[in-house]
Design a protein around this ligand. Structure first.
Ligand code: SF4
Length: 236
């Protein structure tokens, strides 16, 4: 009984909200999956267990921040800092720290022991995200702090601002924004369906139905009217 109540709580929280701009976590992600999110395409429901894991990650952030707020060697300038207002991307950095008169963006990520053990370099998607924080906050260095949520071990990586990478990411967003306006479904990822993102993609079924190439979203929806729901129910 409690299980159902708790699962419903998480399922309700994950209900689709209208997406009107990009989130910083979209940086470097599959453009087609982001397109589907904007268009509220049919998708596989997220497992409530995964949603609880995300929530658990938030508690780990608080645990780390408690230690940083108490430290004398550094100063937490601000925590949970919204990105400076601009039209394209929204996001919130975990903290801005000051140490020896230098400012740092802090981004905290938690993961299971197995992934943590094998982590020898920061993950590409996390680097993309902190690069955009550096860009918009105009700070030179970020710290990516990884937490092993099973053993509570820590690993940290320093990331220097890379303007070229930021420009590439921002250009990607601009191109995708155009496709969203024009209702053009972007191409699949080059290594679809073997890319790791495809394995976890909530839009996998609708993506398979759409085909690999660009296609007009409205015409596609007309073509498969009724069929989508049937196929999704069979496969999800
Ligand atoms: S299945 Fe792969 S290519 Fe298709 S939308 Fe998802 S991540 Fe992108």
């Amino acid at each position: 009984m409690l299980k159902e109540i708790i699962n419903k709580f998480y399922a309700d929280q994950s209900r689709d909200r209208e997406q009107i701009h990009f989130y910083i976590t979209d940086a470097g992600k599959c453009p087609r999956a982001i397109f589907f999110k904007f268009k509220k395409a049919p998708k596989k429901e997220m497992d409530p267990r995964i949603l609880r894991l995300f929530d658990h990650g938030n508690y780990l952030h608080q645990l780390i921040m408690k230690a940083l707020f108490a430290a004398d060697k550094l100063h937490v300038v601000a925590s949970e800092v919204n990105m400076p207002p601009q039209e394209m991307i929204s996001g919130r950095a975990d903290a801005i720290l000051s140490l020896d008169n230098e400012l740092y963006i802090l981004d905290i990520k938690s993961m299971n022991s197995m992934i943590f053990r094998n982590l020898t370099a920061p993950k590409e998607e996390n680097v993309n995200q902190v690069q955009l924080y550096l860009h918009y906050f105009k700070i030179k260095t970020a710290i990516l702090l990884y937490v092993d949520k099973d053993q509570l071990e820590l690993k940290e990586f320093f990331i220097e601002y890379d303007p070229e990478l930021c420009n590439r990411l921002l250009d990607g967003f601009k191109i995708l924004q155009k496709k969203i306006e024009l209702d053009t479904v972007p191409l699949v990822l080059n290594d679809y369906p073997n890319n790791w993102q495809c394995n976890y993609c909530q839009f996998r079924e609708i993506c398979n139905l759409t085909g690999r190439g660009e296609i007009n979203w409205r015409q596609f929806k007309e073509k498969i009217k009724g069929e989508t729901e049937k196929v999704l129910q069979q496969n999800l």
